[in-house]
Write a protein that binds this ligand. Structure first.
Ligand code: FES
Length: 151
């Protein structure tokens, strides 16, 4: 099953080693992380050393080697967000979700990560849940935000 999905991604890019980043992005999108067997398959099919594939997979923050939740929560800790209380927002998410930063819930519904500047500093502090951007987030708003995605 996974093999077929990775295979169709590789076919889409004609197994071009120059498309490695796009291939990794598509695999990440498909599985919400980069499963180790997929990385081995990519390495083999593109004739790239596994160490090269792994170094790209670990270099870019957008990639994850561990499964992420259906609703990945990214709390921005960039400077603008930090000075507006992002650390308190992150700590409240940790308490409310019962997760530490970097973890995924047992039901795979949520994962929690801290990121650096997501490019909307005017809305600081900013939280992204999947593709949704939430600005001016305060600890008081977090329970409601989580409930919205539980439904
Ligand atoms: S610092 Fe958070 S969006 Fe820029």
């Amino acid at each position: 099953m996974m093999e077929q999905q990775v295979s169709s991604i590789l076919i889409r890019y004609q197994a071009d080693p120059g498309s490695i980043i796009a291939i990794l992005q598509d695999v990440q999108e498909e599985f919400s992380y980069l499963p180790p067997p997929a990385l081995k398959m990519i390495s083999k099919e593109l004739a790239l050393p596994l160490s090269r594939v792994l170094s790209l997979a670990t270099f870019y923050k957008a990639f994850s080697l561990t499964p992420k939740g259906k609703h990945p929560v990214h709390v921005c800790l960039g400077t603008a967000c930090h000075v507006r209380g992002a650390q308190l927002v992150l700590e409240k998410f940790e308490r409310d979700l019962g997760l530490k930063t970097g973890e995924t819930s047992a039901d795979r519904n949520f994962s929690l990560d801290a990121v650096r500047c997501v490019g909307c500093c005017g809305l600081a502090p900013v939280v992204m849940v999947g593709e949704d951007v939430h600005g001016k987030v305060s600890p008081a708003k977090i329970a409601g935000l989580i409930n919205k995605y539980k439904k």
